[in-house]
Design a protein. Structure first.
Length: 272
């Protein structure tokens, strides 16, 4: 009886190790070094504490629409500027969520959007500066299932809204002489991730998302985005920039099916 009990105890312990070990191994695995190689060709990463900030909720209310804000932390006297910001959600199926190119003269200092988060994960923001160096900051988010979450809008409504754009300009507390603007672009698009299941057919819905967005004041670049499956349904960008006096704000978006969507707005008549 003692021998049987001992064997049972040892078997239970071994099974416990077999069950727990993979979970612990998964938690211990850090995908970031591999992502630095795959996305950034192993370029050196500098501490971005004083360069780029990333803000996300520690525990997301909805993993399919997690807010994220990227903010320049360069001091006013710094002669460098941020050329681009790459947003990486380490444990997502396609980790590179978006790459933002910042217009040379637009002085974009803040970008906010909404993303899908598929697992508890680190999220990195990598800024490339005009000195050619990369600077990284990170945060941690507790969320899961965002990439496979069903679409909020039904297919017919999504089709009717496809490519519709809205532009908003917000009042700021700056002095009237300030040329700084805060604006928002919203695009009607399902942004299917390829991991969502059709609730009727039970087949996976093919990936279909906005992969390019270009925003200009007249013909001068403000902000361009290369997007992936991690950008939430109905892509939404809110950002700051400096006006060059242009009368029109323009947007051009492309998706993975080759659709091209364009619109333009009179800046002076755009309200809050």
């Amino acid at each position: 009886m003692i021998g049987y009990t001992l064997r049972f105890t040892l078997m239970t312990a071994l099974l416990g190790i077999a069950i727990v070990a993979p979970a612990r191994a998964e938690e211990a695995y850090d995908p970031w070094p591999g992502l630095v190689q795959d996305i950034f060709s192993n370029r050196p990463m500098n501490d971005g504490t004083d360069v780029i900030g990333i803000e996300m909720p520690y525990r997301a209310e909805d993993a399919a629409i997690v807010p994220v804000t990227l903010r320049s932390k360069l001091s006013a006297g710094d002669s460098r500027r941020i050329r681009s910001i790459t947003l990486v959600i380490d444990r997502n199926p396609a980790p590179m969520a978006a790459k933002f190119e910042l217009g040379t003269d637009a002085n974009v200092t803040e970008i906010s959007t909404r993303v899908r988060v598929n697992n508890y994960t680190d999220v990195h923001a990598v800024a490339e500066l005009s000195d050619g160096q990369l600077y990284v900051a990170k945060t941690y988010v507790k969320a899961s299932g965002g990439c496979s979450a069903p679409a909020v809008k039904n297919p017919e409504e999504a089709r009717n809204r496809l490519g519709q754009m809205r532009y908003r300009q917000f009042a700021r507390e700056d002095t009237p002489a300030s040329r700084t603007r805060e604006a928002q672009i919203m695009i009607g698009h399902p942004n299917n991730s390829g991991l969502q299941m059709d609730q009727v057919t039970h087949f996976y819905i093919p990936a279909f998302f906005v992969n390019q967005l270009r925003l200009t004041q007249d013909d001068s670049l403000v902000l361009a985005m290369e997007g992936g499956i991690s950008i939430s349904e109905d892509p939404n960008l809110r950002f700051t920039y400096v006006s060059n006096g242009a009368k029109h704000f323009r947007a051009e978006a492309k998706d993975t099916d080759g659709h091209v969507f364009r619109n333009a707005w009179d800046v002076e008549k755009s309200g809050t």
